[in-house]
Design a protein around this ligand. Structure first.
Ligand SMILES: Nc1ncnc2c1ncn2[C@@H]1O[C@H](COP(=O)(O)OP(=O)(O)OP(=O)(O)O)[C@@H](O)[C@H]1O
Ligand SMILES: [Mg+2]
Length: 232
């Protein structure tokens, strides 16, 4: 899925691709998930968000994607946002790879030739150019995640939000996917925010964020945060 940018509040960095400032969110039950939550991901950066189960990582990503409304604070997103879910079977809806990537373009009402060009180019970006006619059921988990990413690229999303995209993958596919996103960020100037529990993945990102108690308690060098979590 993709959503468009939201407005900048006072005091944030105008240059950030993703800027979250003093965000607050509670469920209708009154349970507070996020409070005074702030983070910044610069354009062209690959950020990773960590935190224990229930710390609010998915909630934060959903607010950024416009799937949930914040109650306080500001967010700034420089560009269109694409979301990749943990389970690609919750995201891919069409019978074949090409049809699924094209489906995300329906709202844009593009001429057929442009749809075709966008689909082919997005599949090439994730190295699936020969999979256009492949049924979705005949893909591996990692390939399905790459189709979901191709859908976002076809929609010209500049920001990728990925919620534990490797959770259902085996170790080889896990590393292949994280390398793929790292390559996309570097070669296409995308910005990514990736949620994970797997510390190995921190080796591929530029900046890490640790969420606890409703806000980011540590951010910066991924290796420093990795060491901190390994020692915890
Ligand atoms: N739809 C919902 N209604 C009410 N509470 C919810 C809902 N979804 C999540 N929560 C609660 O919000 C809190 C944060 O959940 P969230 O899914 O954001 O955590 P998370 O950090 O992504 O956890 P995990 O690592 O297990 O994926 C949890 O206490 C969870 O039970
Ligand atoms: Mg989650």
């Amino acid at each position: 899925m993709a959503s468009s940018a939201s407005s900048l509040g006072a005091g944030e960095q105008a240059t950030a691709a993703i800027a979250v400032n003093d965000l607050g969110f509670s469920w209708p039950s009154g349970d507070t998930v996020l409070q005074h939550c702030s983070l910044t991901v610069n354009p062209g950066e690959f950020g990773m968000l960590l935190g224990s189960n229930g710390s609010g990582k998915s909630t934060l990503l959903r607010i950024l994607a416009g799937l949930l409304d914040r109650q306080s604070g500001q967010i700034q997103l420089q560009g269109r946002v694409g979301f990749v879910f943990q389970n690609p079977d919750h995201q891919l809806v069409m019978p074949t790879v090409g049809a699924d990537v094209a489906f995300g373009l329906v709202a844009e009402q593009l001429p057929f030739s442009q749809v075709r060009q966008r689909v082919l180019s997005a599949l090439a970006a994730v190295h699936l150019e020969h999979f256009q006619r492949r049924p979705i059921y005949a893909l591996s988990g990692g390939q399905k995640q790459r189709v979901a990413i191709a859908g976002a690229i076809a929609q010209q999303c500049q920001i990728l939000l990925l919620d534990e995209p490797t959770a259902l993958l085996d170790p080889d596919s896990q590393i292949a996917l994280v390398k793929q996103v790292q390559e996309l960020v570097k070669t296409r100037g995308l910005t990514a925010l990736w949620v994970t529990h797997r510390l190995l993945e921190l080796d591929y990102c530029d900046r890490a964020f640790l969420l606890a108690g409703g806000h980011v308690i540590e951010q910066g060098d991924p290796q420093r945060i990795k060491q901190k979590l390994l020692g915890a």
